[in-house]
Ligand binder design. Structure first.
Ligand code: RP5
Length: 204
């Protein structure tokens, strides 16, 4: 990415922060990651959000769904100005929660974003095991919420849980999702018990 591309992203974010889009038209959840090499790990967040009916905002298109999210690469170390702008405009751009993933030992994007975007909550995703300490190691008074290494799917569910306190429709979607999980375990348990261990293993 060239310096002018970074500047153009910064300009776009600042323009969105001053636009008169209503809360229904702005993304509710922001997903950022330190590199596109993190995308496979962060894809779990995309899967959870789309499974629960969220639509991704791409380019300048405003999606039809009421609940939406956006996705960017923002590197704390290589594009610090972009990180500052992303986090500092988050509230004015209508974001209610940010999911931030980074890998390596200096996985600073989630914790720096949490400080800069405060009080917008940030859910950190350590992209690798070795990133866990860096993501969760915040001093008292500078909070971050975090999931275990690679658990971006859960990060998205947690983000929806936060939004669901204000949106009954999301609470219903979460409850339906949870019912589905229970039904899956129930049907597996019934099959295992009915077939017996050996047959179940062979047929799996
Ligand atoms: C971190 O460094 C990123 O979050 C990524 O996990 C890691 C490597 O980045 P690339 O060299 O693949 O861009 O900042």
């Amino acid at each position: 990415m060239t310096v002018s591309e970074i500047q153009s992203l910064i300009d776009d974010l600042e323009a969105k922060a001053t636009s008169d889009r209503s809360a229904e038209e702005t993304p509710d959840i922001g997903i950022i990651m330190g590199s596109d090499s993190d995308l496979d790990t962060m894809y779990g967040a995309y899967e959870a959000l789309t499974e629960l009916g969220f639509e991704e905002e791409t380019g300048d298109e405003i999606p039809e769904s009421r609940f939406t999210f956006e996705t960017y690469v923002v590197s704390a170390h290589r594009t610090p100005e972009l990180m500052y702008t992303y986090a500092e405009t988050a509230s004015d751009r209508g974001l209610d929660v940010i999911i931030a993933g980074a890998g390596g030992k200096s996985a600073d994007l989630p914790n720096m974003t949490a400080s800069l975007a405060f009080p917008v909550p940030v859910i950190g995703v350590p992209v690798q095991e070795k990133s866990v300490d860096s993501v969760i190691g915040m001093p008292t008074g500078a909070p971050i919420t975090a999931v275990d290494a690679g658990k971006s799917f859960n990060a998205a569910l947690s983000a929806i849980q936060m939004l669901a306190r204000e949106h009954a429709e999301l609470e219903e979607r979460l409850l339906r999702y949870h019912d589905g999980l229970q039904a899956d375990v129930g049907s597996v348990s019934r099959d295992l018990h009915a077939s017996g261990t050996e047959t179940f293993r062979e047929q799996r």
